[in-house]
Ligand binder design. Sequence first.
Ligand code: HEM
Ligand SMILES: *[C@@H]1O[C@H](CO)[C@@H](O)[C@H](O)[C@H]1NC(C)=O
Ligand SMILES: *[C@@H]1O[C@H](CO)[C@@H](O)[C@H](O)[C@H]1NC(C)=O
Ligand SMILES: *[C@@H]1O[C@H](CO)[C@@H](O)[C@H](O)[C@H]1NC(C)=O
Ligand SMILES: *[C@@H]1O[C@H](CO)[C@@H](O)[C@H](O)[C@H]1NC(C)=O
Length: 335
Amino acid sequence: MMHALLIQFLYLLFFLQIKTTAAAPTQLRPGFYAQTCPAAEKIVRDVIIKAMKRELRSAASVMRLQFHDCFVNGCDASLLLDDTPDMLGEKLSLSNINSLRSYEVIDEAKEALEQACPGVISCADIIIMAARDAVVLSGGPNWEVKLGRLDSLTASQEDSDRIMPSPRANASYLVDLFSQFNLSVKDLVALSGSHSIGKGRCFSIVFRLYNQSGTERPDPAMDPKYREKLDQLCPLGGDGNVTGDLDATPYVFDNQYFKDLVSFKGFLNSDQTLFTSAARTRKYVRYFSRDQEAFFAAFVEGMIKMGDLQSGRPGEIRRNCRVANSRPLHALLET
Ligand code: HEM
Ligand SMILES: *[C@@H]1O[C@H](CO)[C@@H](O)[C@H](O)[C@H]1NC(C)=O
Ligand SMILES: *[C@@H]1O[C@H](CO)[C@@H](O)[C@H](O)[C@H]1NC(C)=O
Ligand SMILES: *[C@@H]1O[C@H](CO)[C@@H](O)[C@H](O)[C@H]1NC(C)=O
Ligand SMILES: *[C@@H]1O[C@H](CO)[C@@H](O)[C@H](O)[C@H]1NC(C)=O
């Protein structure tokens, strides 16, 4: 009797192990789902169009997800995982809490894809397709995305806290951070041009308006009229969740962002610093402010490079982007 139970238990362990040992990462390539789900890209595009009809800003919010996903242990949809009793995920990390949004747009795409081709399209690939669509539908460049990513089994709040840059970051810090991901100075400046769409919170700029680098003075690298406007939007001690436009045309993906930086009307310190603090980034800000096509080409190159980041860890095709299909074995045994 005991023996039979033990065998059963071992069998169960073995079965769980199989379920949790997921596939190894594959080579990313365009057309990865051409046979298994030919409508995938159209399905995602339609969901983004619908989301933008509900709220134009969702394009920016969805596009930002690629950055926050890919920098933390590769593009593996780790940031979409909800916290569990034994895992603090990335949604509540310093850079993401009360800030990342439009997760429900990705859910909607996942639901539509599960209807059409169950168990085939990873959430990590949905983020990549959605980010591209958000740019195109906002008037930016189009490009072919490489697909074939797997979804992570876990997420790490600690890793997100350690890696994701603060809005206070200066140019040399950002150059260094991006170089750790093999992204060049040009990639950094071009990818920062994503702030051509979207909004940021007062919380992200009040230090800059009232106490830059502990001086108890505003950042001197700000156009005075623009600063007055931001002072009104974000009074000292006001609501940190009030939002302002990241550039003068927050729903159009264009090179206005760079024109704004050149005239000292950058919203975030991490934006303005690219023009103000370092010659090697300033060069590209000026270049992109004058040549939108050059910006678009460099942006596409940067997005593809960023989309290539992979952790090499095992993964799976999640059924629901917010939860891993199978919980780790030790967690199952503990409960
Ligand atoms: C270079 C370093 C970067 C820093 C320090 C940074 C920081 C920030 C901050 C602080 C905000 C506003 C968040 C808030 O106040 O709630 C923001 C918004 C945004 N970021 Fe970045 N970011 C960086 C790079 C990127 C990259 C590479 C992308 C995408 C390719 C991106 C896409 C966006 C978008 C689209 C928004 C607006 C989102 C919305 O309206 O919901 N950012 N970023
Ligand atoms: C940039 O920021 C880093 C990290 O916060 C700091 O150590 C460094 O002194 C700053 N560099 C400049 C030029 O301000
Ligand atoms: C950067 O490139 C080097 C050399 O090709 C490679 O060993 C390293 O893994 C890359 N780093 C990342 C984060 O992709
Ligand atoms: C300004 O910032 C410095 C350093 O970050 C801090 O010590 C100081 O208390 C701040 N001043 C005010 C008025 O918040
Ligand atoms: C923004 O709103 C959230 C949720 O309502 C709240 O928890 C948070 O404290 C607010 N953040 C700021 C900076 O005011």
